[in-house]
Design a protein. Structure first.
Ligand SMILES: Cc1cc2nc3c(=O)[nH]c(=O)nc-3n(C[C@H](O)[C@H](O)[C@H](O)COP(=O)(O)OP(=O)(O)OC[C@H]3O[C@@H](n4cnc5c(N)ncnc54)[C@H](O)[C@@H]3O)c2cc1C
Length: 466
């Protein structure tokens, strides 16, 4: 056994002991790993969570597989850094570097290659799982198959993932990105539908106004024979502002982006939420303020600030998945009811028949996700309920990392309660892990605490524990 495998075993045993203790006490627990991208305010109290934060190692990269054996608390930037040394990357790399392997599987994360591969969980070959009674099992398409598929997007409500065998694909040094400027929703959606296919590696889109947007189509390349743009240095422009500028000045545009800059292009400014953060603190939104506050406006810091200050109910932050047939109708609704721009569009492969909790478990041949993140007018709860109603009407699903306000009975009409409850019973989850509804439903009105929140973030780069 290698040293790293021994360390894994030792930390696995520690997680197992914690779970066994809570199981013996019949006490429900949370899962703590030191960070989160969720917008729900997370409160961790000593003695009321299982700590998996030490599971942050890359155990093996097998270039023949090719696959990586990785612990759940490895963030995307660390994972990509390691696999790129072998000329490989995970097929789906969520755009924000702080997102962890475990969180991405449990939270249904996807990105601009998801039209081909689905979510991160669709690229997983096997999990090591600590069940609610502390038993350690393997879940794969051939062993404990129901748990293997069911655990994706279950938000830690079916077991704790402690090791992941994740497939890898060959990578190249750059992405050649073509920008197609579009004059409206239908043109954007039409272009996305036309281009999803084997010939393309990445597709996403940004709608800046009802009449102007951009669809971006990328392919891996070794050649840097076009202008090269980077998005990781503080002197670089934020990616969405760069795309916005292109959409104003060109009819079409093409450039080369180094692979890591492409994968994490939305980190600085967290797509465009950093702009809201500056406005909240009444700081002008200029190139100079973005330069000076660069570190504070990256996803790692902004997500901590959001958690520590409990300000998420000041904004509407949701990823909403719809069948392509109903997507235009939904964009129209967002335009009329929410008036939020920009919007992020990303096509996703529909989930398989056993991934029942997945946000792309939708009957269609293409799901499109809308990232709708911004300020809204009107009563927060009512607006959220209206969106939830529209989503049901259009046969869509939320990505549950954000706020859900469904009444319990309505929620369980969307997700298969009987199948889910049986899975929880079978794998001893019911008495230890809160269920999906309780984990994702927001029942309280958060009391923002801006100054004490900022103070917490200045003192620690980890999610606080009280
Ligand atoms: C502004 C914003 C932008 C986003 N952009 C993107 C994007 O571009 N691409 C994308 O794919 N996603 C995006 N997301 C969503 C993100 O992928 C999900 O929130 C994801 O779940 C985050 O993972 P995390 O590592 O932060 O995990 P957490 O938020 O900490 O965890 C998610 C859930 O998984 C559970 N969990 C964590 N680790 C384990 C484990 N080892 N075993 C069992 N359960 C576990 C937690 O209890 C929790 O319920 C975005 C979210 C926000 C707020």
């Amino acid at each position: 056994m290698t040293e790293i495998e021994q360390q894994h075993l030792s930390d696995l045993r520690a997680v197992q002991e914690q779970v066994k203790f809570f199981y013996s006490q019949k006490r429900k627990v949370k899962i703590y790993h030191g960070s989160t991208t969720s917008t729900r305010t997370q409160k961790f109290e000593k003695g009321k969570f299982v700590d998996v934060s030490r599971l942050d190692r890359i155990v093996e990269i097998n270039s023949a597989g090719p696959y990586v054996l990785v612990e759940p608390n490895v963030p995307m930037d660390k994972l990509v850094e390691a696999t790129l040394r072998y000329g490989l990357v995970p097929p789906v790399v969520p755009e924000l570097p702080l997102i962890t392997v475990g969180g991405s599987i449990q939270g249904g994360a996807g990105e601009s290659s998801s039209f081909k591969y689905g979510g991160v969980h669709d690229c997983c070959l096997e999990y090591e799982v600590v069940l609610g009674n502390g038993e350690i099992i393997t879940a794969s398409p051939t062993q404990n198959k129901d748990l293997f598929y069911g655990i994706a997007c279950s938000y830690g409500s079916l077991g704790i993932i402690t090791l992941v065998k994740l497939s890898l694909v060959p990578a190249k040094d750059f992405v050649r990105l073509k920008y197609f400027i579009v004059g409206g929703f239908d043109e954007a959606v039409g272009l996305i539908e036309e281009n999803v296919g084997e010939a393309v590696d990445f597709i996403d889109g940004i709608i800046f106004t009802k009449n102007r947007g951009v669809v971006m189509i990328g392919n891996f390349t070794d050649k840097n024979d076009l202008p090269v743009s980077t998005f990781s240095k503080r002197s670089d422009e934020w990616f969405y502002l760069h795309a916005d500028e292109i959409s104003r000045r060109h009819d079409a545009y093409e450039e080369i982006i180094p692979i890591k800059d492409y994968l994490f292009r939305y980190d600085r400014g967290v797509f465009w939420l950093g702009r809201q953060a500056l406005s909240f603190f009444k700081i002008p939104f200029t190139r100079l303020t973005r330069f000076l506050l660069d570190r504070a406006l990256k996803s790692r810091t902004l997500s901590l600030v959001g958690q520590a200050t409990s300000t998420s109910q000041k904004y509407f932050v949701q990823d909403l998945c719809l069948p392509k047939e109903n997507f235009l109708n939904f964009l129209q609704f967002v335009d009329e009811e929410l008036h939020i721009y920009p919007l992020w569009l990303v096509p996703l492969r529909p989930a398989g028949s056993l991934d029942k909790l997945s946000p792309n478990y939708i009957l269609t041949d293409l799901v499109i996700n809308a990232g709708v993140w911004g300020k809204i007018k009107g009563d927060y709860f009512n607006v959220n309920r209206k969106v939830e109603g529209k989503l049901r009407e259009l046969k869509g699903r939320k990505v549950l990392y954000a706020h859900a306000y469904y009444p319990r009975d309505e929620f369980w009409k969307i997700y298969d309660h009987s199948w889910y409850s049986q899975l929880r019973e079978k794998y001893f989850a019911s008495s230890v892990f809160p269920d999906l509804y309780d984990k994702t439903h927001v029942s309280e009105k958060y009391q923002p605490s801006v100054l004490s929140g900022i103070w917490k973030v200045l003192r620690s780069s980890k999610l606080s524990v009280s």
